[in-house]
Design a protein around this ligand. Sequence first.
Ligand SMILES: Nc1ncnc2c1ncn2[C@@H]1O[C@H](COP(=O)(O)OP(=O)(O)OP(=O)(O)O)[C@@H](O)[C@H]1O
Length: 232
Amino acid sequence: MKDIIVEIKGLEKTYGKNEAETKAIQGIDLTIAREEFVSIVGKSGSGKSTLLNIIGGLERPTSGEVQIEGTNLFDMKDTSRTIFRRKHIGYVFQFFNLIPEMTVYENICLPSYLDHKDPDEDFIQTVMEKLGIYEKKGKYATELSGGEQQRVAVARALSLKPSILLADEPSGNLDKKNGEQLLELMLLSQRYFDQTILLVTHDLEIARLSQRMIVLEDGKIISDTALEGEKS
Ligand SMILES: Nc1ncnc2c1ncn2[C@@H]1O[C@H](COP(=O)(O)OP(=O)(O)OP(=O)(O)O)[C@@H](O)[C@H]1O
């Protein structure tokens, strides 16, 4: 039995009340093994982002349990959860959320600064080299192309060596070529840094490159399929 890194039981998330009530997640049980690359697909409004945000500790479920590396994410205080998240989980958003007034290097080090830690310079250099952005280190985020900004966002998500990388439509704003390149980078990062990756995408071609595809509909898992993926 492989080591389990994410374990979700009886997850429910309801937004609003009465007529405005939306059941975004309706009873999800899910187990993810260490170093798995899982894609989450489904129509708009099926609950993909909500699920990812709950796993990432950004949103609290209405009921149910989320264990990350054996720790119950919502049993701890908000401040402890913030620290836990930074240590274990890297997040790549669709809109890269880079700080324009900071250089590439400073953006990548931001999670370390927030954690009052000295950035691991050697590790960050390796990540930048692997992602092909080392020579852009002193540039400002606004001086980069969309694909480069996305790679900076991935490097920032990796900077504290999280065991889990969550990515919400990371290729959503990129053209096909850059979207595929980003996927390759994520596969590379999975290999180099022994990561578990959860990727939300509406692009089935991209999802097919993962090792396991989960389909959501109306906040429920309607299929969960092992794929060949790229990793042997
Ligand atoms: N903060 C919120 N308040 C109220 N309803 C919300 C909120 N966030 C999401 N929802 C609702 O929950 C449902 C699931 O939304 P979610 O964003 O998880 O879907 P999604 O599959 O990621 O969609 P998309 O592919 O369009 O991003 C939708 O009906 C949405 O309108």
